[in-house]
Ligand binder design. Structure first.
Ligand code: NAD
Length: 439
């Protein structure tokens, strides 16, 4: 610790174990990508922890180190992977099935990927309806299953020799549900686990197991999961950092780039229609109205929060916002998203903007997984606990303290993230005031 640091950050010694419920398109693209980067076969494009710099002090100071040199992060060579899935496919087979990465590249990282065999999942077809698989824990109550997961985690840790762990949900999107009585306190939740309460989702059993063992938890899907008083209580009790929900990639990423710009210029908006086609397993699960509803909630809330129609009724009060997702197998993971935006300017004169984004979902999501696990591990070593709002940058539906509205503007989120790192190391926060240059 240097004399100026605001927090003591333990060194990133030893291996960091990454535990992933859901060995599908996103997680295998992430793991294969890390193995490829380690071998010099590719560049970790899209990752702040690997590529971004951070300005320190005044613009005239010329101090812009890489983030990875400014704060102590785990190195890629120190990452070890494990996970759970309802299918028995190794990470190599799952990556081959997902058809995100080329076969020639996958072949070069075949060995480490083949060694990743999914542990038996905690699964409930009531929560994810379109898929079913054989690799599932069968007997016992939900509490028994949580204990089995804890045993899996301990075995993984002793088998790999990892000194620290992080868990990140890359499983399918569960059906929409609101917090119920069983989520109101940790006591209620533990009682519910023993009584097999139907309101407890599989993702919450994984989160419970992780938090109980002091393992930080990130939620890459829009599921409720840790966004409940019970699991927040557990995270605080065990002094564990958590963050979520729903990786901000593709169409919503575009929305949070464009909408703050239009709002900044006080341009009006009467409609935003988003539709897309995708053909991966995620798209198949989202065909189910229950899972789509969960996704729709995070996708729709973004514009409302950015545009603040209650403050600017003349610009945004009649905004019509719709989001559609269509499962279309021929496209696989290569999604196409269309946006039609009806805006208006001076004296209400209408204009239109069209976006056609031919994106690759998992290619956009993989660097987010990497940054999140490295930053959550940093937060843990810095003694930060509970919701990590500075990681909002990565999410469509950022978790916040109860009663606080989330910040969706990606540039504010980036400033928040970098200022948190500056704060950790006792550097001046950057306000962009800049009057000192003109004294
Ligand atoms: N790719 C993106 O850009 C993006 C963006 C935001 C959110 N997400 C979310 O990330 C998640 C993963 O996306 P993906 O494209 O990899 O999907 P995928 O369908 O390829 O992978 C998900 C995997 O989770 C497994 N699974 C489902 N329930 C499980 C359980 N209870 N335990 C263990 N495994 C379980 C499935 O069998 C599947 O293999 C989805 O929820 C998706 O909505 C993805």
């Amino acid at each position: 610790m240097s004399t100026s640091d605001n927090v003591r950050i333990a060194p990133a010694d030893g291996k960091l174990g990454i535990l992933i419920p859901g060995i599908g398109a996103v997680s295998t693209t992430f793991m294969a990508g890390v193995e490829a980067v380690k071998r010099g076969l590719g560049v970790p494009v899209g990752s702040l922890t690997q590529l971004a710099t951070i300005r320190l002090g005044k613009r005239t100071d010329n101090r812009t180190p890489y983030i990875r040199d400014f704060v102590p992060l785990a190195g890629l060579d120190d990452l070890v992977f494990g996970g759970w899935d309802i299918y028995e496919d190794t990470a190599y087979d799952a990556a081959a099935n997902a058809r995100v990465l080329e076969a020639t590249l996958l072949e070069k990282v075949r060995e480490p990927l083949e060694a990743i065999k999914p542990m038996k999942a905690v699964f409930d077809p009531e929560y994810v309806r379109r898929i079913n698989g054989p690799n599932v824990k069968q007997a016992g109550s939900k509490m028994d299953k949580a204990e089995m997961l804890m045993e899996d985690i301990r075995e993984f840790q002793s088998g790999t020799g990892a000194s620290r762990l992080v868990m990140i949900w890359c499983g399918s999107t569960e059906v929409f549900h609101r917090p119920a009585a069983v989520h109101q306190s940790l006591k209620d939740f533990e009682c519910g686990l023993m009584k097999n309460d139907p309101d407890i989702a599989p993702s919450q059993i994984y989160a419970y197991a992780a938090l109980k063992l002091g393992v930080p938890y990130a939620n890459g899907a829009p599921n409720l999961t840790t966004d409940t008083p019970a699991l927040l209580e557990l995270a605080r009790d065990r002094q564990v950092p958590i963050c979520g929900k729903d990786f901000k990639t593709g169409q919503t990423f575009m929305k949070t780039l464009l909408a703050p710009g239009l709002k900044a210029r006080m341009l009006g908006m009467s409609g935003w229609f988003s539709t897309n086609i995708l053909g991966n397993r995620d798209g198949e699960v989202l065909e189910d109205p229950g899972s789509f509803k969960t996704k729709e909630e995070t996708k729709l809330s973004v514009l409302e929060q950015i545009l603040q129609p209650h403050l600017h009724p003349e610009l945004y009060k009649d905004l019509y916002h719709a989001v559609r997702i269509n499962y279309y197998p021929p496209r696989g993971d290569a999604k196409e998203g269309w946006d039609n935006i009806d805006i208006f300017g001076w004296l209400g004169y209408p204009m239109q903007i069209k976006i056609d984004f031919l994106c690759r979902d998992s290619i956009l999501a993989a660097p987010l997984v990497l940054d999140l696990v490295l930053f959550l591990d940093l937060a843990q070593r810095a003694g930060m606990k509970g919701i990590q709002e500075w990681l909002s940058f990565y999410f469509k539906g950022p978790m916040t303290a109860p009663g606080l509205y989330p910040e969706h503007d990606i540039f504010i989120q980036l400033m928040k993230l970098k200022n948190t790192l500056r704060w950790m190391r006792g550097e001046d926060l950057i306000t962009h005031l800049g009057l000192e240059y003109y004294d």
